[in-house]
Design a protein around this ligand. Structure first.
Ligand SMILES: [Zn+2]
Length: 373
């Protein structure tokens, strides 16, 4: 679990932290370049340890001024991860993009991988960061559990500390209620109890503001001016606002579900080779995945069971097992066999719930993927 707190560095502290980010970014890019060069010139692949072994000498030479040693290691680990992910996807048969250089403007966080080494919370409620001193923190909620790592992050001109913690599960009283959830076609989600959760309209509402802010950026042609920088900041803030609203909505919804139900069944949109009918729903992918992520860790912490099932064909069958073919335009489900009449997404949510419990026989057997932490 991670806690995110706003921190308020003073002017010089913010200046220092920005410098650390720049330094981390150039280390990242240098490490990437070294890997690429070694491969191009002598077909040698360099791993994390090869690079980490050079850190000491680099710091002694003064060409690496990042204050904390473990922070440097973390940067190299990030590079390593990017390459590992790239090779894993190659192996998997995908066409991944080659790891890229990062721009200093977008490189916005450094991680202290072991708590207490270079960064820790003091008893006086401040965050001590190596080189920057004590930074004011807004601890809007207590930290529960053992802090493992701290990430200092810059977001649209604001600074945050993200504390990842390991904490014991806090199981909720057992519940024998179960619910199935499907991605809605026109709603965010449909529940098997008949509720449809509407899509939040944050983006729609903010569009006007985005356009206005975007025009302001475009009008200020001198990209190095303060006026341009301020306009960019305004645009970033507008986007951050919507991002926060969306996260808030997902946190609240997942919290409600976990509180109420002992068994939660969702569709797994990451199943390979989704049928054509699912394409229309893939527009939701990004939002859906982050929602499932929040649901997962909340369920795990509360001792709830979360099951992911194959979404294939859920909109084409009825809970009674009869096949009820529908096109994307059909909003309503009318079963000729059992007479069930309900919204299409609600019925598919019910089918999803069914797939987790009893394995139906026949053509539409769902692959049941139990949730693994
Ligand atoms: Zn039926």
């Amino acid at each position: 679990m991670a806690y995110k707190y706003r921190i308020y560095p003073t002017g010089p502290q913010a200046e220092f932290l920005s410098g650390e980010l720049r330094e981390a970014c150039s280390l990242y890019n240098a490490a990437k370049q070294e890997r690429d060069d070694a491969w191009k010139t002598c077909r040698k692949s360099i791993n994390y340890y090869d690079q980490a072994n050079q850190l000491k000498a680099m710091r002694a030479d003064g060409c690496l001024t990042l204050s904390n040693f473990s922070c440097c290691q973390d940067v190299l680990r990030r590079v390593d991860k990017t390459y590992q992910a790239f090779y894993a996807r190659l192996k998997h048969g995908d066409k991944p993009g080659f790891p890229r250089y990062r721009s200093a403007r977008r490189y916005d966080s450094i991680t202290f991988p072991s708590y207490g080494d270079g960064c820790r919370l003091l008893d006086n409620g401040k965050l001590r960061v190596q080189g920057a001193g004590q930074i004011k923190v807004k601890l809007h909620r207590p930290v529960e559990g053992i802090v493992k790592t701290v990430t200092v992050k810059r977001e649209a001109g604001r600074w945050f500390a993200i504390l990842s913690v390991e904490r014991d599960a806090a199981p909720l009283p057992a519940s024998d209620r179960a619910i199935g959830i499907d991605v809605g076609l026109n709603s965010f989600a449909a529940l098997s109890d008949g509720t449809e959760v509407p899509n939040p309209r944050y983006y729609r509402t903010a569009e006007g503001r985005f356009r206005c802010a975007q025009r302001k950026v475009a009008r200020r042609r001198n990209k190095k001016s303060n006026r341009h920088r301020k306009a960019v900041r305004l645009l970033q803030r507008a986007h951050a606002h919507v991002r926060h609203q969306r996260a808030d909505f997902q946190h609240k919804l997942s919290h409600q579900l976990v509180k109420k139900y002992g068994l939660i069944v969702v569709v797994d949109l990451n199943v390979k080779g989704l049928s054509g009918g699912m394409l229309a729903k893939s527009v939701h992918d990004a939002g859906w995945n982050s929602f499932i992520q929040k649901l997962s860790y909340k369920a795990e912490c509360a001792g709830r069971v979360l099951v992911k099932v194959d979404p294939c064909g859920t909109s084409q069958t009825c809970v009674c097992g009869a096949s009820v073919p529908k096109t994307l335009a059909d909003r309503w489900h009318d079963c000729p066999a059992c007479g069930l009449s309900a919204g299409r997404d609600v019925v598919s949510a019910q089918v999803i719930l069914q797939r987790a419990g009893t394995r139906p026989s026949g053509a539409n057997v769902g692959v049941i993927v139990p949730y693994v932490a």
